[in-house]
Design a protein around this ligand. Sequence first.
Ligand code: DC
Length: 226
Amino acid sequence: MSKDFSKVVIAIDGPAGAGKSTVSKALARELELSYLDTGAMYRSLALKASRAELAPSDEVGVAELMESTTIEFGHGDPQPVFLDGEEVTALIRTPEISEFASAISAHSAVRRALVARQKLLVEGGGVILEGRDATTVIAPAADLKIFLTASLEERAKRRRLEFVQRGVEGNFESVRQEIQNRDHRDITREDSPLKVADDAVIVESAGIPVDEVVTKIKSLLDSLVS
Ligand code: DC
């Protein structure tokens, strides 16, 4: 009898550019699960806050903004993201919004507001979620927890390529520096820093084709879910 994965929860964490989105989307497609991009929620709130001319350091202001904010996802690749009903899929991927999102993600009040929404989206199961605290805070009881990683050089190369494909400016050195800064913030923030959960499986993605990474994660899931 084939296994029923329809209610599983797979949580994937890892640093920027490790391939979490690509791998999560491919897995979601193959396993017919929904895909939750938690970083897109930080990015959407960052966009709204920057439009409202709030400073990234305004923890209370940004967190309060979330109370009157809806963030929804559509279907497709890239996955459409809607902020208060407006499609913002491309607008949240600029270097400026990446920086803003990184800065606001350090605030506990902002994290609390987003984690509460994210937990609700994961509650019923049947979902693959990715982020920085997916395995440690949002879904610590996930069926499978993965820490996807690659070297800084490799991640910067990939990110640069993504920018080129989208027609966004960015030379290698500045992309590398930006990723390094975000790594530093993700790892050193006091609230929910990026770390490997005790029972997470570390998966190296450098130089490994996406379908091989996906196959590896599927076989891990197979061995865990009866
Ligand atoms: O994964 P991403 O690059 O789209 O995430 C955008 C920013 O949000 C990034 O700086 C890390 C932060 N983030 C976070 O702190 N926690 C998450 N669960 C997801 C993203």
